[in-house]
Ligand binder design. Structure first.
Ligand SMILES: C[S@@+](CC[C@H](N)C(=O)[O-])C[C@H]1O[C@@H](n2cnc3c(N)ncnc32)[C@H](O)[C@@H]1O
Length: 272
């Protein structure tokens, strides 16, 4: 299997394709994503200080729109924008939430197509771990937020998927699993924004078998590995080896554990 160095845009288009392909089955596989989104939404302010009818909210990396019904209920008069790099995700989202007044925009979180100081609230659940240029992402959020605007994100930390990472290391030397930034590193990129929420959670999922475990990774996009042209799930022979090695983590009931380290973070844009 060949490995290539990829440009950032090539990686982005693979992310977009991977999520678009996964879009139709995403909701069935997305139990972790739903738990994390629920927790992130709990942190949101029940009221925003802006005039409700002038309020603009971005659901960034909106996916199939799990957060949309909650956001429209919480902020009924706001103008809600669903942004995602994967057109396939936006199509499923629109088919499920088309009755709600939302605008959909296919765009990259690192290059937002909005004018300066035009957004009151950015909410982004389990999407920005696919950004490759965090300073660009935070600079864009800072640019489009109005003064006192807020950014709420959930994202994955470096302890995520550690069992899979360790198991693959025993099979071959290829990188099959993406690695994620440490909290301090992530926060260090958010210059000019004031951090006011910083929570870490260890979320343990269990799967009946390796096939289900790997399928769930596809829905979170984790089968796309940076610096590799092929997906990270491996051929049949290596998957059999992986299954054997993964038995060292197996639970008493036979299920396979996979840990996600989740960060919940929120920032406010200062007046200047
Ligand atoms: C795991 S899904 C989460 C979807 C949704 N927020 C949820 O909680 O169910 C991640 C989403 O982020 C999108 N995404 C990944 N990288 C992105 C980027 N750079 N800009 C915008 N969206 C991105 C993917 O296409 C995908 O729809």
């Amino acid at each position: 299997m060949n490995s290539f160095n990829l440009t950032r845009d090539n990686f982005k288009s693979r992310i977009a394709q991977s999520f678009s392909r996964a879009a139709k089955g995403y909701d069935q596989e997305a139990s972790l994503q739903k738990q994390v989104a629920n927790q992130l939404l709990e942190f949101l302010p029940k009221q925003l200080s802006s005039n409700p009818s002038d309020t603009v909210i971005l659901d960034l990396g909106t996916g199939t729109g799990y957060a949309i019904p909650y956001l429209t209920q919480l902020y009924p008069d706001a103008h809600l924008l669903g942004v995602d790099v994967a057109e396939g995700m936006l199509k499923v989202n629109a088919s499920q939430n088309g009755h709600l007044l939302i605008d959909y925009i296919c765009a990259d979180a690192e290059s937002l197509p909005f004018v300066d100081a035009s957004v009151d609230l950015i909410v982004s659940s389990l999407a920005i771990q696919w950004c490759r240029d965090y300073p660009a992402f935070f600079a864009e959020c800072k640019r489009v937020l109005k003064p006192q605007g807020q950014l709420y994100i959930s994202t994955l930390g470096p302890r995520s998927l550690w069992q899979l990472h360790e198991a693959w290391l025993k099979v071959d030397e290829i990188q099959h699993v993406n690695r994620f930034e440490a909290l301090e590193t992530l926060v260090s990129y958010s210059d000019g924004l004031t951090l006011f929420l910083k929570e870490t959670e260890v979320n343990k999922q269990a799967y009946p078998n390796l096939q289900q475990l790997l399928k769930s990774l596809k829905s979170i996009g984790a089968s796309v590995v940076e610096h590799r042209e092929t997906t990270g799930l491996g051929g049949r022979h290596r998957l059999a080896q992986l299954e054997k090695v993964y038995q060292s983590f197996v639970h008493g009931d036979g299920s396979l554990p996979l840990t996600y380290q989740v960060f919940y973070l929120a920032w406010c844009k200062n007046d200047r």
